[in-house]
Ligand binder design. Structure first.
Ligand SMILES: [Zn+2]
Ligand SMILES: [Zn+2]
Length: 444
């Protein structure tokens, strides 16, 4: 003979007595054990005492409303899985949306026939028998926390704030790689070094604000627009307490200060140099390495119109080079496989190659496809095939490609990356290569 199951206990939280009497009478007639709570606080007390199998909860109640009761229940380990049927009038759709966020509940719109509630209860308790209740949720081990990865800024890492060349782009076609112009961060875990002030610098600035006033080191590879246009939008320059040291080349013609702040001329911009509130220093680079804490920065000139440099960061036994604009082997359209350090055309580039020798991470452009390059010789950017050869000649270990052409949307960049990998395999230097994208970060 089967053991008779004890009657199911239903707590009815309902402040209108006419409703609670009618409903509890119907439930009791069908064998349920029913208790009524007339406000939210009483509801919580009854849950503790009566330990119902299911709660029928009116949304609008005195003292503590149904939504507050629900939130309270879901926050407690003992009641987080208590099945709940919410009863509410039709016009509380906003509250209903909030309720859905507290976890699964069933809803009955008032006024309702007690038969409808009985039908739901019967269905629910039947499903529970097969472990699938209306409000059933998988049981988590007690105290288990939800895992949510967050960048640990105390660990050395790099971050790409802008990866586009020439001009910012936007729109759905660029959603994956992003459209901000060049801006790269080397973070030692203590010091934050920013390279280039393209439009990506705006986002970098917001992250500095979040951390409070500090000393920002900003290195500028050259002063073409795509490398400086973010400067007026770099929020820390307006905030007292920040100190910003800008490092640039002497050979920029005008000095670096007037080139950066010239963008804030009254004709172009509403705020002027004298309105900046941070302490801003301008430093000329020379052959002496720049030391910031335990980070050393050196630079080398690249093949690009005007005085342009790439930067090497040496820190904790690693070397990272950021060289966004460099037309390696200008004019060469032949096979990358035949090039050696002794090839006549390569020899003049020896200082750059020496600078790149064996670096752990190279952040460098490859802006033009081999098929497009013949029309763009002398524009200051590399033929993809020749850039691949450069990584082989110098034994670079890993390559992040940046300074994407504004004409290259996401699909174009995907096929370009495949082509890059194919070329690297063909020349016998199959290193790991990825395309940088705005917001990309990785630990070192
Ligand atoms: Zn550029
Ligand atoms: Zn440039």
């Amino acid at each position: 003979m089967a053991t008779p199951t004890p009657p199911k206990k239903i707590l009815l939280a309902e402040d209108v007595r006419a409703i609670s009497l009618r409903v509890s009478h119907a439930l009791e007639t069908h064998g349920y054990l029913v208790k009524v709570a007339e406000d939210g606080e009483e509801c919580l007390e009854q849950i503790e005492e009566f330990k119902p199998d299911l709660l029928v909860l009116d949304l609008i109640m005195p003292k503590m409303n149904g939504l507050e009761v629900l939130r309270h229940l879901r926050a407690q380990q003992a009641t987080q899985h208590l099945p709940v049927i919410v009863t509410t009038a039709k016009d509380y759709s906003t509250e209903l949306q909030h309720i859905q966020q507290t976890g699964p509940v069933d809803v009955l719109i008032k006024p309702f026939d007690p038969e409808l509630l009985l039908g739901k209860l019967e269905q629910y308790f039947q499903e529970v028998a097969t472990t699938r209740g209306v409000t059933h949720r998988p049981q988590q081990p007690a105290g288990m926390e939800q895992y949510a990865p967050v960048l640990d800024t105390k660990r050395p890492h790099v971050r790409l704030w802008g990866t586009r060349g020439s001009i910012p782009v936007c729109g759905a076609r660029y959603a994956q790689h992003g459209g901000n112009t060049t801006c790269f961060e080397y973070n030692s875990g203590k010091e934050r070094l920013i390279f280039d002030a393209g439009s990506g610098l705006r986002e970098a600035g917001l992250s500095f604000l979040a951390g409070g006033p500090c000393h920002v080191h900003l290195f500028v590879s050259h002063t073409h627009w795509d490398h400086i246009q973010g400067f007026p939008f770099f929020s820390p320059i307006y905030v007292p307490g920040f100190e910003i040291t800008v490092y640039g080349e002497r050979g920029f013609g005008k000095n670096i200060e007037s080139l950066l702040c010239g963008q804030m001329d009254r004709d172009y911009f509403p705020i002027q140099r004298e309105d900046l509130r941070a302490k801003i220093n301008f430093v000329f680079l020379d052959d002496e390495p720049v030391k910031i804490g335990d980070v050393t920065v050196t630079r080398e000139f690249t093949q690009h119109p005007g005085a342009t440099v790439g930067f090497k960061v040496q820190h904790a036994g690693r070397s990272v080079v950021f060289m966004p604009d460099n037309e390696f082997l200008q004019g060469y359209t032949g096979s990358p496989a035949v090039l050696t350090r002794d090839t006549d055309l390569v020899v003049p580039y020896e200082p750059i190659l020496k600078f790149l020798d064996g670096v752990d991470l190279l952040v460098h452009e490859a802006q033009y496809l081999p098929t497009d390059y013949p029309k763009r010789i002398g524009w200051g950017h590399s033929n993809l095939a020749t850039a691949c050869a450069m990584t082989k000649l110098t034994g670079v270990k890993r390559w992040i490609v940046v300074h994407h052409d504004p004409d290259h949307d996401d699909p174009a960049l995907h096929s370009k990356l495949n082509l890059t990998r194919q070329i690297l395999r063909e020349i016998g230097h199959p290193i790991e290569v990825v395309h940088g994208y705005d917001g990309m970060s990785e630990y070192l």
